[in-house]
Design a binder for this molecule. Structure first.
Ligand SMILES: [Zn+2]
Length: 341
């Protein structure tokens, strides 16, 4: 994710702004109902990590991070949690990973393999049919079991009713929706694609985020939006659309919209103040390096692209993303004007 607020403060993975802070101990366990998962989907650099961390500040909510990617490279136990510990030594994730190991007896690499073979892109057009969903379940092997175990174990350990999974991919959201023992509510995070493409032109190779070509990013953005919409139509399920620009301008209003949609209205949002969000130490296990940010995070619209992106690139991205630019009410003919609603 790339938010102006975060980029103003260079990321320092493993350390927080308040470097002496440590996450509070888990709350006493309680017997809870099957958890509700707020699944944040959207293209990278659309504010998903900040939205995840912000929702995790709410009482009874817990930020997981990009759970689907925890198994990548087969190193789940050594993935660094935002509390600063390897996942295997984190008080939350150490126990959750033990539960996964006892449940499906597979390595992280095997779980990643199951995930990758579960839902190839060619199946998207047929998604939502009983036959295909059965095939997807069969191909996913222990991935669905591992995901369900993580959801339930973390909910149990932390006493949280609502979990936030910001894995972003609509395919992994589709897989989560196949779990019979959780309720999934999708939050679809969108951002003006011209801002997204401009952000991906910045080379952050040091953080594992190298620059990407303009037209390739624009095409992938459009394909991603199209696939997300197709799978939503095929599978159904509740969804809230949050525009990054609106979230940065009116964070409390955006969070309230999500809370109302998951029937959690009335929650205390005092951690959101004028122009900033206060993020307490947390246990976000996987995702953008900005997950290590804690403390007061300033919210300022990242509109550098409006003055620094050349007209050729603006026109190219606009043409490649036109249907979705219109769908999300971003300006077409004069894209550099203010878009806050
Ligand atoms: Zn942790």
């Amino acid at each position: 994710m790339s938010t102006s607020s975060l980029e103003e403060h260079p990321s320092n993975p493993g350390l927080s702004d308040g470097a002496t802070q440590t996450p509070p101990p888990p709350r006493p366990r309680k017997t809870i109902n099957p958890p509700t998962v707020i699944y944040i989907e959207g293209f990278g650099r659309s504010g998903t990590t900040l939205l995840d961390a912000a929702l995790g500040q709410i009482d009874g909510f817990f930020s997981l991070g990009e759970l689907a990617f925890l198994w990548d490279r087969g190193h789940a136990p050594s993935e660094i949690c935002s509390c600063g510990s390897p996942a295997a030594h984190c008080p939350i994730w150490g126990e959750a990973l033990d539960a996964v190991r006892n449940s499906c007896g597979a390595t992280a690499a095997q779980i990643a393999h199951w995930r990758d073979q579960a839902f190839p892109r060619r199946d998207s057009l047929l998604a939502g049919t009983r036959i295909l969903d059965g095939r997807i379940r069969a191909r996913s092997g222990g991935y669905l079991d591992a995901t369900s175990t993580c959801y339930h174990k973390v909910a149990e350990i932390t006493g949280s009713d609502i979990l936030i999974d910001s894995s972003k991919s609509p395919a992994y959201r589709y897989l989560a929706n196949l779990l019979p023992d959780v309720t999934v509510h999708t939050v679809h995070a969108v951002r003006d694609p011209r801002a997204v493409v401009f952000s991906w032109q910045r080379d952050r190779a040091g953080e594992g985020l190298p620059a990407r070509p303009v037209r390739q990013t624009a095409r992938e953005w459009t394909l991603g939006e199209s696939r997300a919409e197709l799978l939503r139509i095929r599978q159904g399920g509740a969804r809230t659309i949050i525009r990054y620009e609106d979230f940065i301008a009116e964070p409390k209003s955006a969070i309230r919209t999500i809370l109302d949609d998951v029937h959690q209205g009335g929650k205390n949002l005092d951690f959101i103040e004028e122009g900033r969000i206060n993020i307490s130490p947390n246990h976000i296990v996987c995702g953008n390096p900005s997950r290590f940010r804690t403390g007061a995070i300033s919210l300022k619209p990242d509109s550098e692209w409006k003055t620094k992106m050349c007209w050729g690139h603006v026109a190219s991205v606009t043409s490649l993303c036109l249907p979705w630019i219109a769908r999300y009410s971003y300006p077409i003919l004069n894209p550099r004007r203010n878009t806050i609603r």
